[in-house]
Design a protein around this ligand. Structure first.
Ligand SMILES: Cc1cc2nc3c(=O)[nH]c(=O)nc-3n(C[C@H](O)[C@H](O)[C@H](O)COP(=O)(O)OP(=O)(O)OC[C@H]3O[C@@H](n4cnc5c(N)ncnc54)[C@H](O)[C@@H]3O)c2cc1C
Length: 222
């Protein structure tokens, strides 16, 4: 598997537990919006601990960007990334991933599952093709929402936030279950893009299938 050592140029927390990394882009490196790569930290003992993370920048930019949720509760790679900053090195590999834009539709994300959609939205917005897409984005609380201001700017009214653990006035405070989908989606004949923790993707796609969405209209990470 081909690998590239890239320097971290900038790192900054964008929520209480999500850190944004700007890193060098290898020459001729390219990806499709929505794709990810296996990332390791270039430190002794960590070089072979690969974890997948999604590019969030525009492919035309001269750098790469990742938004990474840091799990501080155990000594994994993201915990180390929480303490890793500009000047340190990462090892990245070739891009991979099944999530990419096909046709306008409904994007349903949970937590850090927004990253492939952010990449797709930024690309469509740049091409003036974002119209007709809707985002339903669920998080535990409003503090967990990644890139809220930008998502609002990109999607305007086609952006619905769902909080599972708080009731914020003006926003739905519940889970994205079957009833939620029936109440909030008028057309199950369009494309659906789903990304988030495994259980979330499993439950949501099961509900969508039962509501008539066929597998070729469902885009998820395999
Ligand atoms: C294709 C793809 C793209 C992805 N893109 C992104 C992205 O852009 N941004 C992003 O933030 N994430 C993304 N992820 C998820 C990301 O890969 C994982 O969060 C990451 O691999 C976790 O690495 P880790 O070594 O810190 O945790 P791991 O050790 O790999 O553990 C992962 C999970 O298990 C739990 N866990 C495991 N062991 C313990 C323990 N001892 N104590 C407590 N909890 C434990 C963690 O809470 C966490 O939920 C993506 C995943 C896939 C499959």
């Amino acid at each position: 598997m081909k690998s590239y050592i890239v320097k971290i140029l900038q790192s900054v927390y964008i929520t209480h537990d999500v850190k944004c990394f700007i890193v060098e882009k290898p020459e001729n490196y390219d990806f499709i919006p929505g794709q990810a790569t296996e990332v390791a930290v270039n430190l002794p003992g960590w070089e072979d601990k690969l974890r997948p993370f999604t590019f969030t920048n525009l492919r035309e930019q001269k750098h790469l960007e990742f938004m990474i949720k840091i799990y501080r509760d155990h000594e994994g790679v993201t915990n180390l990334l929480g303490k890793t900053n500009a000047g340190a090195e990462l090892i990245i590999h070739e891009p991979f991933g099944a999530i990419q834009f096909k046709e306008p539709g409904v994007f349903i994300a949970a937590g850090a599952g927004i990253t492939p959609f952010l990449s797709i939205f930024r690309d469509l917005y740049r091409k003036n093709q974002l119209y007709g897409n809707t985002l339903i984005y669920t998080n535990k609380t409003s503090d967990d929402v990644i890139m809220d201001i930008e998502l609002r700017k990109l999607l305007k009214n086609n952006y619905l936030k769902v909080f599972t653990r708080e009731n914020v006035i003006g926003f739905a405070g519940k889970r994205i279950d079957r009833n939620f989908l029936i109440d909030n989606i008028a057309d199950f004949g369009q494309h659906f893009y789903v990304c988030g923790p495994d259980d979330f993707v499993k439950n949501t796609t099961k509900n969508l299938s039962e509501l008539g969405v066929t597998s070729d209209f469902l885009i998820i990470e395999e």
